[in-house]
Ligand binder design. Structure first.
Ligand code: G3I
Length: 366
């Protein structure tokens, strides 16, 4: 177990080593810089949750005040068998949050992806309904007093704004979304409840998202916020749609969050984050193995700067900005939609050193 004191010692060591080698003196803190504006979050993987590397823990604690589990609370992992739940790593996450004063956003209760394999064998509405009810009640009530919020339903929409065909839609009908909010609210009355999706800043999908939210509200269930994941592409960040979305979602009385922010720098022939979409491997699709060219680095920095400028402009509506990973080496974009690439989508490089984008973002607060 690593005490707060040890973490402080490691942080000091990092600063001293940095000063000696000259690579980094004291790095400003994102969470401190934006403390009066919105929360600053990161996705955490198992190694980070289990604090396997004290220097990494110290770094996370110095930069972020909110965290989302990248995988461990997804149903395949937390509910691997019909009557078996695995709370070992999720419980550690909750402890991590308590110990380091980091608010935890649960991710996610109802999602068509990363479902337990036993779901594939189910052929009856009753069994799906039982899974759905038990899963929400068991998981949400376990963490009712120690997580801040839940992504109750994740990625329920198609790009055209219609409802995605999932096992839940097929067996339970469209009411499953409001029902998920109702059940979570019942199990965890003090936890904030969100709908989360990617590309829901795009007009057609946004219209579907607004309709979905209105239906939850009309059902009498509580919904507190909407997450725009924010998996974007360098030089193509849809600023106008993002701003319009902040306004439209906030007009529904919801908090707006950017929940999985990263900016892809590698070639891709589609937009979004549908994990089922993949591209074949080809060396031309992995052009920056030796480092990111300056011109792309500068564009990435400019995109992040403009994004945070927009978030600050709407800080009365935007409550959290969460990056999907601590540093470039942790990013899922190294493995998707092409395996084994070298990607650079975040503010910190593979050694947790700040990139030009970090300084642009921090510079907005000077
Ligand atoms: O843990 C297993 C390991 O035992 C096995 O050897 C290995 C072989 O492939 O797989 C490992 O599991 C992988 C898991 O990440 C943990 O690393 C899965 O294959 C891989 O599919 C999974 O990817 C995750 C993806 O969601 C799956 O849906 C990414 O880490 C995670 O970043 C990504 O996150 C999603 C959000 O939850 C929702 N929005 C989109 C976002 C990006 O896809």
């Amino acid at each position: 177990m690593i005490s707060k004191r040890n973490i402080r010692a490691v942080s000091t060591a990092i600063l001293i080593m940095g000063a000696i080698s000259g690579f980094s003196q004291s790095i400003p803190s994102l969470k401190d810089a934006f403390k009066n504006d919105f929360g600053i979050g990161t996705a955490l993987n198992n190694s980070q949750i289990e604090e396997r590397d004290p220097a990494m823990t110290a770094f996370i604690v110095s930069q972020f005040n909110m965290a989302t589990p990248e995988n461990v609370m997804k149903s395949a992992l937390i509910h691997p068998k019909w009557d078996t739940y695995d709370f070992v790593v999720p419980d550690k996450l909750v402890e991590f949050g308590k110990k380091h004063n980091i608010k935890i956003n649960g991710h996610t209760l109802i999602w068509h992806s990363q479902l337990p394999s036993f779901i594939r064998g189910i052929r009856s509405k009753d069994s799906i309904q039982t899974f759905f009810n038990d899963h929400i009640k068991t998981v949400a009530s376990r963490y009712k007093d120690n997580i801040f919020s839940w992504d109750v339903v994740n990625e329920a929409l198609n790009e055209d704004g219609t409802l995605r065909k999932t096992v839940f839609l097929d067996y339970l009908g469209e009411g499953y979304i409001a029902e998920a909010f109702r059940l979570t609210q019942q199990a965890a009355p003090n936890v904030e409840l969100y709908y989360n999706d990617y590309n829901n800043e795009q007009p057609a999908k946004r219209a579907g998202c607004i309709e979905l939210i209105k239906k939850v509200q009309a059902s009498g269930a509580r919904i507190d916020g909407v997450g725009i994941q924010g998996h974007w592409h360098v030089g193509k960040v849809p600023f106008k749609d993002i701003e319009e979305s902040i306004m439209q979602y906030a007009a529904l009385g919801l908090k707006v969050m950017f929940t999985e922010l990263d900016i892809e720098v590698l070639p891709r022939n589609f937009q979004g984050a549908d994990v089922n979409q993949r591209m074949g491997s080809d060396p031309t699709l992995n052009p920056y193995t030796a480092g990111l060219p300056d011109e792309v680095q500068q564009q990435l920095a400019a995109d992040y700067e403009a994004l945070f400028k927009l978030f600050l402009k709407h800080k009365d509506k935007v409550t959290r900005v969460t990056f999907w990973g601590v540093n470039d080496g942790n990013s899922w974009l190294n493995g998707w939609p092409v395996r084994g690439r070298t990607n650079y989508p975040l503010l910190f490089d593979r050694n947790n050193q700040p990139k030009p984008a970090f300084y642009k973002v921090i510079g907005l607060k000077k």
